[in-house]
Design a protein around this ligand. Sequence first.
Ligand code: 5GP
Ligand code: MG
Ligand code: MG
Length: 183
Amino acid sequence: MDVEDIRADLTEVLITEEEIHAKLAELARRVEADYADTTPLLVGVLKGAVMVMADFARELRIHIDMDWMAVSSYGAGTESSGVVRILKDLDTDIAGRDVLIVEDIIDSGLTLSWLLQNLRSRGAKSVKILALLRKPESIKVDVDVAYVGFDIPPAFVVGYGLDFAERYRNLRAIGVLAPHVYE
Ligand code: 5GP
Ligand code: MG
Ligand code: MG
């Protein structure tokens, strides 16, 4: 039977599955060294970071704890507002912990800047950020991202956890959505 392959909705693959995995392995070696004397708490930001967390965490050969948060930074529009609501909070008390936020993408930086402040105010010993993607040309607030996978142009991308209207998260690669999909 013929299936409609959702990969056909991409105009361009920006980052292949192989490139993602190679990069995550590279970042994992740095994180292992940086957290050699502690057990970090990895905090994944739902839902976009699910794939990054799954693959990155399995690259690590040290003990970690894992927890999740869901936040909403967008009101009605598609632009990040900086007004963040917690939809699902951590199950973990992070006082005294070394926290590593795991994110899919840093766009304006508003969401992560808020999250960083929020987690620091709970008395974490350290809070650092790992983001698979970053759009340097879209950054509005300066956020120190300790571990960045790829810098990409300011196009709207999908795949590997990143959605358009909740779709395309299951693509293995990261790519640019064809205009016919949203026009
Ligand atoms: P920020 O607050 O940095 O502007 O927004 C971060 C969030 O916006 C990301 O975690 C992600 O959910 C969403 N976002 C930003 N850029 C893109 C993009 O190119 N594609 C997708 N699918 N989501 C994006
Ligand atoms: Mg995200
Ligand atoms: Mg989204």
